[in-house]
Design a protein around this ligand. Sequence first.
Ligand code: NAD
Length: 476
Amino acid sequence: MYEELCLYIDGEFIKGGGRREQDVMNPATGDFIGKVPHATTADLDRALAAAQRAFDAWKTVSPLEKSRVLRKVGELTRERASAIGRNITLDQGKPLAEAIGEVTRCADHCDWHAEECRRIYGRVIPPRQANVRQFVLREPVGVCAAFTPWNFPYNQAIRKIAAAIGAGCTIIIKGPEDTPSAVVAIARMFHEAGLPPGVLNVVWGVPSEVSEYLIRSPIVRKVSFTGSVAVGKQLAALAGAHMKRVTMELGGHSPVIVCADADVERAADLLSALKYSNAGQVCVSPNRFYVNDKVYDTFMARFIDRTKAIKVGSGLEPDTKMGPLAHERRLPAMAEFVADAAARGGRIELGGNRIGETGYFFAPTIITNPPDDSKVMTNEPFGPIAPCVTFKDLEEAIRRANSLPYGLSSYAFTTSTRNALAIQNGLQAGMVHINHAGGALPETPFGGIKDSGIGSEGGTETFDGYLTTKFVTQLD
Ligand code: NAD
């Protein structure tokens, strides 16, 4: 049974009831699986009023109680991971093991926020006069509006919700209409965990209409968005016009540098698994492969070999390693990247085509030697396409890696500490992974620089986005 889709406003689950509804499709089959109700303007006003009212009480609730609620949601998340994961596979397409893994790992996010929200401390600043006291208080920013995408529907939502709620804020979240089951499941668990009405509200609708309405509202004090750079810039501009703080977790075009001294075969194995996970629909997916010309042939042979072995199919089939793209609109987007690269001299070594006519499957694709200014080397493919080029020296590779306006994630493989140091100092990215692909843990920062965003949705830095600073000075 697929999730019963609904709005969640002021502690109440609200079904369609004559509202406009949007079809939800299974990307592996193209079949209809559910309808998600769009919030009316009256619903949004109700969510805003509820979040405002709830904030006045929630901000003063003991951190121990906030912690209890988050921990309970962590427990429920573990208990229900299989059922929630199955629904994510149905609406988003990723293989069941990946979907269940996404949900299970999110229980750690709940636990971590449950712990850390008890450690939001202010500080005391030594005064210049003996009879003066100086304090810095950290206070919740207020009502937050959050907008989350379809690629990790559970993970992206829980990070924002747990941080907001842990900090003492209230939140209205508009989840992804294409893949709505995870956010509804999250709302049900917070409800069961005893979260007071109005602290969390879930709405759906036409993204640009809902975001504009919420961001313009004087009730909303903070905006958090995960999605494309173009939309992030629009929302940040609107938030700026109303002087609201933002966290923007936007797209990237993560470079990979494979040095001549790397463990090349290990790099190829790891990168093939990473590149095609979630069909490449990952903001930190390795996207531009710069391989030293001395090891290029060895790397490519292994990378192609590993990638050929990826079994593409319905996420519900037990041996599937890569599912369909999450939406039909991503198919022409992939075809355009491939056509442009081929027209500009790139060689399609593997894939490059849609698979079948049913569902939105696109073959794992490897393109060699597309020019640096081709579409696939300059625009985030957000799909299963790996363009690979050669370089001669590390300085050149770092310069080419830094040549785009993005700066989210980056990867490098080397056994030399000198190279590793040059890479970590030289790469312009919010995250640098050397010889492995760790990250996206609750305790580690996650965010970009340059056009890839503002702020972090991971690590203790997360709370910075949901707290304000108040300086208090007192005489006698
Ligand atoms: P899109 O730009 O239309 O939408 C991306 C996401 O932003 C979706 O979840 C969508 O609902 C939301 N969105 C779009 N316009 C919005 C608005 N005005 N207000 C609030 N939310 C809005 O593109 P798409 O076809 O859905 O996805 C493709 C592109 O999105 C990719 O190229 C990728 O760069 C980006 N994306 C990034 C992430 C990420 O984790 N950074 C996740 C999903 C999509």
